[in-house]
Design a protein around this ligand. Structure first.
Ligand code: GLU
Length: 305
């Protein structure tokens, strides 16, 4: 399998030039686009790695399912459903998803920015700092790395330039969809997006979702099984932004991408996958990462459909 993955990475390396690294967060523009790595962790207890799987990158939107899991555990499904919906927006990740009327919870999806900012406010904590620390601790547990931390430069870069997210935050506040101080919530969100991670850690998080809440090589359940069903379902319909339908056809697994170039894949009951390549397609998904997943899924019959 290691050799199979290595060949797959070599075959797809040509695609790293075809994407473009995100530049709207200035610090991300400095990232070397010629990186491609993968890690796969199976429920048979095996782990496989290939390419630049050790390189670190910021988690960006791949933190959204983790935030949702923690907010579900903190509040229960009913409260979450009263603040954020589950329907795909079919719009870009940073879209302002509202019509002329009132902004309602059903308009905000937790896998795109608007819904994720609302979810950040639902994580319990006395202030933004405590909320973020709880999220970081939870991410460390899922990722199996107690030293996981943020990339300070990317965090500050987004905090300085993230005015569109600020606008989304104030809009949500206006319609009663976020709790607390907007700037504090945004600070939690910006820090969450800048958690510095690698392919193996992403694969471990994907593994927890594939095994309905169990950590890799452990029987410890760190979240309720039904929350894995909830999150995996939303990943299937909108984890890849407005490219989710095409991804469902070509790859066919629950997955979440981030503008840092990471993709976390979840093959329920079988495996967690972490992929990284920073060049993005026009929807904000890793260009080479999707090509790798497509080939991998076809070879291994991973599609759940
Ligand atoms: N921090 C990024 C933002 O809020 C995350 C976007 C993404 O990865 O989709 O714009």
């Amino acid at each position: 399998m290691d050799e199979f993955l290595e060949n797959l990475i070599n075959e797809c390396r040509k695609y790293t030039d075809m994407g473009k690294v995100a530049t709207y967060i200035p610090e991300l523009a400095k990232v070397d686009p010629n990186q491609l790595g993968i890690c796969v962790i199976g429920t048979n207890g095996k782990i496989f790695r290939a390419g630049q799987h050790q390189n670190r990158f910021t988690i960006q939107s791949v933190v959204k399912p983790i935030m949702l899991l923690l907010a579900l555990a903190d509040n229960g499904e009913e409260v979450i459903r009263s603040k954020v919906g589950v329907e795909a927006t079919g719009k870009p990740f940073d879209a302002i998803n509202m019509n002329a009327g009132k902004l309602e919870s059903k308009h905000v999806n937790p896998m795109v920015n608007m819904g994720a900012i609302a979810v950040a406010s639902l994580i319990k904590g006395k202030d933004g700092n405590e909320r973020f620390q709880r999220l970081l601790e939870f991410t460390r547990v899922l990722a199996g790395n107690p030293e996981l931390d943020i990339n300070e430069d990317v965090y500050l870069s987004e905090k300085r330039t993230g005015n569109k997210n600020r606008a989304l935050g104030y809009l949500l506040k206006n319609y009663g969809l976020i709790e607390g101080d907007v700037d504090e919530v945004l600070d939690t969100y910006f820090k969450a997006c800048s958690i510095h991670i690698n392919c193996e850690e992403l694969a471990r998080i994907g593994y927890c979702l594939c095994s309905h809440g169990k950590l890799w090589k452990s029987d410890e359940r760190v979240f309720e099984a039904r929350y894995a069903n909830y999150v995996n379902a939303i990943l299937t319909t909108c984890g890849m932004y407005d490219g989710s339908g095409e991804f469902a056809i070509n790859v066919g697994i629950p997955a979440k991408s981030g503008v840092g170039g990471g993709i976390m894949g979840v093959v329920p009951t079988r495996m967690g996958i972490g992929i990284f390549s920073p060049g993005l397609d026009d929807k904000g998904n890793s260009y080479a990462g999707i090509r790798v997943l497509e080939k991998f899924s076809k070879e291994m019959f991973l599609s759940i459909f």
